[in-house]
Write a protein that binds this ligand. Structure first.
Ligand SMILES: [Zn+2]
Length: 445
């Protein structure tokens, strides 16, 4: 295993409150030293990261890798290729596969498959109910033993309150977070976008904010006596922020994540520029909402109410998205474009700084999924050398041929973005780089 020296970067590790100009030495797959001016003699590979940030490897706790069962959309191999291009060294994959990840054997199979084909670390989130149907709790103790790092029926909320209470209790027993996809199915029948003037103009059934808020309210009530670590996925509504903020103030163990698209786009993205046709690459679940929601979500990050960022990377084939809006599937890809979109929404607006953003992308998702216990999300000495080098000023245009995953369903194609992961290192191996690497013995050193 080669040794790597990364020089002259701004080292940001929120897990240790580190923010300094320094070199970082890696060997045996571990972080060995962080100090100014480390002697470069003897390192196999040297990367000059002047002008860049060096951070713990980014962690995305919410992606869809579509394996098993929907390999025409994405595979573990292609999805993790997209991840490393975007600077992610760890992804947690959702269980709404075919079959759903609801048994220890399926969890073990997913982990074995990832060990064979993944470009970065993959940890599975297991289903909360059998076949994600919401009627019978899955064997959560056994799923935890098999390696699940969280429990979720993502794609659907667990709607039956009695089943939900059992699942929360089981998650609390094994100290796994429960990640809720907050959607009341009775308020969203046949709905395909935010209930507002654009839905009316396009003749589509609207999806109200209340569909999200009602589930959050119910779950916070159920969880009061249980105390499970309850996590709200892809929050979209300003009203949800009020509920989460109040619960956090009361000391409830509730966390929430927000996606790059909910921080940057309104429901207007669903309409094409002519105002009459539509763009299915802006069809999401939950739907894109209005500017007041975006403002509330951004401020919730700045105020510490939202503590995790997650892409909800959701690949779909072209022919699936090329359908009438009401029948096209929900979701967009997000791994390659996430970092600049977070920066655009949160840093360019002056709401937070880079150390804060990196905290929401490293140690916070690590703690959510107990990955901090493996040393992930941190650059503490002797922790795994999962690292991301970010050029915060690099401007680039997102084009289809730059996307490493299998699908290209994103409304951000053609957008000029600022900030990019220029090197990704997983367990001491450089798996993606746009920077020159000086091999040992080169006279330029
Ligand atoms: Zn979801």
């Amino acid at each position: 295993m080669s040794s790597i020296l990364i020089t002259k970067s701004r080292v940001l590790d929120p897990s240790q409150q580190l923010d300094l100009q320094a070199d970082v030495a890696v060997s045996q797959g571990l972080i060995q030293q962080i100090a100014p001016d480390i002697n470069p003699h003897g390192f196999d590979q040297i990367i000059d990261a002047s002008g860049c940030l060096l951070t713990p490897g980014l962690i995305d706790p919410h992606v869809h890798l579509r394996e098993p069962g929907q390999e025409h959309k994405e595979t573990i191999e292609t999805g993790t290729h997209a991840a490393i291009q975007g600077g992610f060294t760890t992804v947690c994959c959702m269980p709404n596969t075919a079959p759903a990840l609801d048994s220890p054997l399926l969890i073990q199979g997913l982990i074995a498959r990832a060990n064979q084909t993944a470009h970065c670390r993959v940890f599975p989130v297991a289903a909360g109910t059998i076949n994600r149907q919401g009627s019978h709790p899955a064997p959560i103790h056994a799923l935890a033993d098999a390696g699940a790092v969280g429990i979720s029926d993502d794609g659907d909320a667990i709607f039956d309150s009695s089943v939900m209470a059992s699942v929360l209790k089981a998650c609390a027993d094994v100290d796994l977070c429960f990640m809720q996809h907050c959607q009341d199915p009775t308020l969203t029948r046949n709905a395909s976008m935010h209930a507002g003037e654009i839905a009316t103009r396009l003749g589509l059934i609207g999806w109200p904010r209340e569909a999200e808020e009602i589930i959050i309210q119910r779950d916070l009530t159920l969880n009061r006596s249980v105390g499970c670590r309850y996590h709200i996925q892809h929050v979209s509504s300003a009203g949800s922020i009020d509920l989460i903020g109040t619960a956090r103030e009361q000391g409830q163990p509730v966390t929430a994540e927000v996606s790059p698209h909910h921080l940057n786009l309104t429901h207007e993205a669903c309409a094409a520029p002519d105002g009459r046709s539509f763009n299915t690459n802006a069809k999401m679940n939950p739907p894109l909402r209005q500017q007041a929601d975006i403002d509330a979500l951004r401020h919730a990050v700045a105020d510490g109410i939202i503590t995790v960022l997650a892409t909800d990377h959701a690949p779909h084939a072209l022919h699936e998205k090329q359908q009438p809006f009401a029948s096209a599937p929900f979701g967009i890809i997000g791994l390659e474009t996430a970092l600049p979109l977070y920066a655009q929404a949160l840093i360019a607006t002056g709401l937070i700084d880079w150390p804060k953003l990196i905290e929401l992308l490293t140690i916070n998702p690590a703690r959510l999924c107990n990955l901090d216990r493996l040393g992930l999300g941190s650059m503490a000495l002797n922790s795994p050398a999962d690292l991301t080098i970010i050029d915060p000023n690099l401007t680039w245009t997102c084009t289809e041929d730059q996307l490493a995953g299998k699908s290209t369903n994103t409304p951000f194609i053609g957008e000029t973005l600022t900030g990019r992961a220029v090197t990704t290192i997983v367990q001491g191996q450089i798996v993606h780089t746009m920077l020159p690497i000086h091999q040992s013995g080169q006279p330029s050193l």
